[in-house]
Design a protein. Structure first.
Lengths: 392, 247
């Protein structure tokens, strides 16, 4: 197996280039961090960078499903959010349990398990007027099970949705609308107080890792940053292994001419389903690493617009080249947080005052239109120009 | 007489009341080359759609192979795996992919996602692809993007893809459309060679092309068989003359 991988890497040096840049960047941030280095990169910036890497990972998933397989899914943030919820349940439950057990430890009478359960329930669900721990939290005490659920729950949702949609041969814009409906329905359901996931309050305090209370956030943030980078590197490699192989030929064929692939004897629906579920799981893993860095998840995160942004990132970065998706996600999400974070200087134009917090979306919209019209290959297309220049 | 490879019995299909195929019966034997001709709207393409599973007939049966499988209620991909390959009217190759990749996609191999995922390029497949590329005259263009090929080359690539599928029956829809004379002759040679090892059905408008194929001819008209036999035989048939020249 090792030999095969080495041969694959030799044949596709772009992977090594990508992993090299990623490693150098990771090293740079670690050395610049407050916890492990000279400290010119603040902890909050480390978290932003870590979160950005998670966005890059979900963008790779989007490029696989859209750029290579031609399925314009506008619902992948639903999987991202679900992944976040699954890990968030463990984080919140375990942390609350430790706090509750600590505060009860000094009581005159040792608390019974039922009392502990009730206290945990009140702590977590008091905000939505409950004290019972809902059934869906039955595994919340177990990290391994919740980690498995990070992949299983979004994977199952993607499987059921994809199976129904692809089997009925729903394609194109109709499928996009269905995926929007899916993420909207999920968000609306989670907004309800009795959904069992704290309604619009969502899950919070996720930046505190149970059992690691002693570790300062500056240090934790670097570990999560490194984990994000590792996940992105592995995700990139997996995506490349898929698209630079016969599987890539088949799914690109499906993108360009589905009927022809069918007449070649491939069961198109199975392939679409495979890619859809695989990318849903990639998105979910990205979400599960993202939310402990964000600290809070609520249903607004999986609103339909989030998944549309995802498509915009990939379009701006350039579809069908994997690294393009990474560039697009990093560029646009960093710019977005710069413009909406109030750091961008506002522009006074007489009667018109350009406040970037409001005008950023206009700028994003215009750039999206410009890319679609004038540079359909996106930012990644610039690399093609370089290549042709050199070969001249 | 030996068993037919494909037997179509009394099929009918109508679209919004229009009978595209009307009680059509047709059979073809192993290793046979057959031309199907007919004026526009005679049901030639619909006939192919039914055999390959794209369209379901309202009545009748389609029987395949020595085990007498019914092809109705089977999906396009299943029918393709049973050994029926189809070439469309418009050349449909995967333009974004190389000639090699196009042939690799078509090459007879396990079509399950898992075996595709773990597929590894190997010498025997490479050799087969090179052999087919040589046959269709694209041996020196394996790494070219298929979209950059000329119209005629795309048609051959598509025929090459069909050969790579190793089907027992090849359905070819208007292969000569848009070809130069020279390209036509090459296509005729290619199809005649293909028919040595498998059954080939060619749907064509062009009488001249059919004459060069030099094979049995079936004339379709208004969804059923009007005449069958050698080209000279059918062109002397009064019904055929009426249909083609107008009454």
């Amino acid at each position: 197996m090792g030999g095969v991988l080495t041969k694959f890497l030799m044949k596709h040096p772009s992977i090594l280039v990508f992993l090299g840049i990623l490693s150098v960047f990771t090293l740079f941030v670690t050395v610049g961090s407050e916890a492990f280095g000279v400290g010119f990169i603040s902890t909050s910036l480390v978290k932003t960078l870590g979160k950005t890497l998670c966005f890059c990972l979900i963008a790779i998933a989007m490029d696989l499903v859209w750029g290579y397989c031609g399925i314009l899914s506008l619902g992948h943030f639903a999987f991202f959010g679900l992944g976040g919820y699954m890990i968030g349940m463990w984080l919140m439950y375990e942390r609350t349990r430790l706090i509750v057990e600590n505060s009860m430890a000094n009581a005159a009478l040792p608390p019974t398990p039922a009392e502990i359960q009730e206290a945990i329930g009140t702590q977590i669900f008091g905000v939505v007027g409950g004290a019972e721990i809902p059934t869906i939290w039955m595994f919340a005490h177990s990290l391994p099970i919740q980690l498995a659920l990070v992949a299983l729950v979004p994977g199952l949702l993607a499987f059921v949705f994809g199976w129904l949609a692809f089997r009925s041969r729903v394609t194109g814009v109709y499928l996009s609308i269905l995926t929007q409906a899916m993420t909207l329905a999920l968000a609306l359901y989670l907004f309800q107080n009795d959904s069992g996931l704290r309604g619009n309050n969502g899950l919070s305090g996720l930046q505190n890792i149970p059992g690691l209370e002693a570790m300062p956030q500056s240090e934790l943030s670097i570990y999560f940053f490194l984990l994000s980078a590792l996940a992105l590197g592995v995700g990139f490699l997996i995506a490349k292994l898929i698209v630079e192989n016969k599987m890539g030929n088949v799914i690109m064929g499906i993108r360009d001419n589905e009927a022809r692939v069918r007449f070649l004897g491939y069961h198109v629906e199975t392939y679409k389903l495979f890619i859809f579920v695989l990318t849903a799981i990639m998105a979910a893993i990205a979400g599960a690493i993202y939310y402990p860095q964000a600290g809070i998840i609520n249903p607004a995160e999986i609103a339909p617009i989030a998944s549309i942004y995802l498509a915009v990132w990939v379009a701006i970065g350039g579809r069908g080249r994997i690294y393009g998706a990474v560039i697009g996600a990093a560029l646009v999400s960093m710019l977005s947080s710069w413009f909406t974070g109030g750091q961008a200087p506002n522009i006074e134009l007489g009667p018109l005052r350009v406040v970037w917090v409001d005008w950023w979306l206009v700028l994003l919209g215009l750039s999206f239109v410009a890319v679609t019209l004038y540079a359909p290959k996106g930012v990644g297309g610039l690399f093609d120009l370089l290549k042709t220049e050199r070969s001249k | 007489m030996n068993e037919a490879l494909l037997e179509v019995n009394n099929i009918s299909v109508s679209f919004d009341g229009f009978k595209a195929i009307n009680k059509l019966s047709f059979s073809i034997f192993e290793g046979e080359l057959r031309a199907v001709i007919g004026p526009n709207g005679a049901g030639k393409t619909t006939f192919m759609d039914i055999v390959t599973g794209k369209t379901r007939p309202d009545a009748g049966e389609v029987i395949w192979g020595e085990k007498n499988f019914s092809l109705l209620n089977r999906s396009e991909s299943q029918i393709a795996q049973l050994g029926i390959g189809r070439k469309f009217q418009k050349p449909t190759v995967f333009e974004e992919q190389s000639v090699y990749d196009n042939l690799l996609l078509a090459l007879e191999n396990d079509r399950q996602p898992l075996s595709v995922l773990f597929y590894r390029r190997n010498q025997s497949d490479d050799a087969k692809i090179e052999e087919i590329a040589a046959e269709i005259g694209l041996a020196d263009r394996l790494e070219r993007r298929a979209g950059d090929l000329s119209h005629g080359q795309k048609q051959w690539l598509e025929i090459g893809m069909l050969l790579a599928q190793e089907p027992r029956l090849l359905l070819v829809d208007e292969p000569a459309a848009g070809m130069t004379l020279e390209e036509r002759d090459k296509t005729v040679a290619l199809l005649r060679r293909a028919a040595k090892t498998r059954a080939v059905v060619v749907v064509e408008h062009d009488m001249d092309f059919v004459r060069k194929l030099d094979c049995r001819v079936t004339v379709l008209h208004e969804g059923s068989v009007l005449a069958e036999g050698s080209l000279d035989h059918v062109t002397e048939n009064q019904d055929v003359i009426d249909v083609y020249l107008g009454r």
